[in-house]
Design a binder for this molecule. Structure first.
Ligand code: E4P
Length: 218
């Protein structure tokens, strides 16, 4: 399972990278805004900075919602770095854009996936990744994991090359459940990744080891 971090915060990206387990980064316009990154030049410079930290796929989202606009923006983003994956929303114009990018060798991440049908369409258009949003489904009393399971079954039935990128991950249990269901990738906050490492018995055990070791130092 690949681990992506879902942030535009460079310090958090560096921290996750330093663990040696990071495979990529996802961003979205809200995450960029959270870091105060606005305007074409600043956004592009920020993507470049992220690509300089992480040697893995970096999703960069288009803002346009029409085919021509998405293609123009996506081609410019893809030119920034070979690791850029153009993130395109699941709308009909987006599907056309994904098909265009696929035919021109540009990798894509189809975002805002909330149903298996949407994932199927994105895969047929040749998306490199589909991003089902688990947490946002859970927020409305729907089961995000059912969606992961449904997409996994469909993709396996037809051997689609599209990877399932479980998004809107909120905590460590989301990551574990996605791994159990066979999501190819998860993207989540640093807190969810760090949470996977925590166990009280590890802390208690380590404290005991260090205390016992210290006894021999006197
Ligand atoms: C996916 O790529 C999105 O950036 C992200 O996972 C959305 O998550 P949220 O629901 O926590 O905003």
């Amino acid at each position: 399972m690949k681990f992506f971090i879902d942030t535009a915060n460079l310090d958090q990206i560096r921290e996750a990278q330093s663990l040696g387990i990071l495979d990529g980064v996802t961003t979205n316009p809200s995450l960029m805004a959270k870091e105060g990154i606005f305007g074409d030049a600043a956004v592009k410079a920020h993507y470049q900075a992220i690509c300089d930290i992480v040697d893995g796929d970096v999703s960069a989202e288009v803002i346009a919602t029409d085919f021509e606009g998405m293609v123009k923006e996506g081609e410019a983003l893809a030119e920034l770095h070979e690791n850029i994956v153009v993130k395109v929303p699941m709308i009909p114009e987006g599907v056309k854009a994904i098909r265009h990018f696929t035919d021109h060798g540009i990798r894509t991440n189809c975002t805002l996936i909330f149903s298996a049908g949407q994932a199927l369409i994105a895969a047929k258009a040749g998306a490199s990744y589909v991003s089902p949003f688990i947490g946002r489904l859970d927020d409305i009393s729907s089961d995000g994991m059912d969606l992961i399971e449904g997409i996994r079954t469909i993709f396996d039935n037809y051997d689609f090359g599209t990877e399932i990128l479980a998004a809107s991950v909120r905590g460590p249990m989301h990551i574990l459940e996605c791994a159990r269901l066979g999501a190819d990738v998860m993207t989540g906050p640093l807190s969810a990744i760090m949470g996977l490492m925590k166990h009280p018995l590890t802390d208690i055990g380590l404290a005991q080891f260090l205390a016992d070791h210290a006894k021999g130092q006197h």
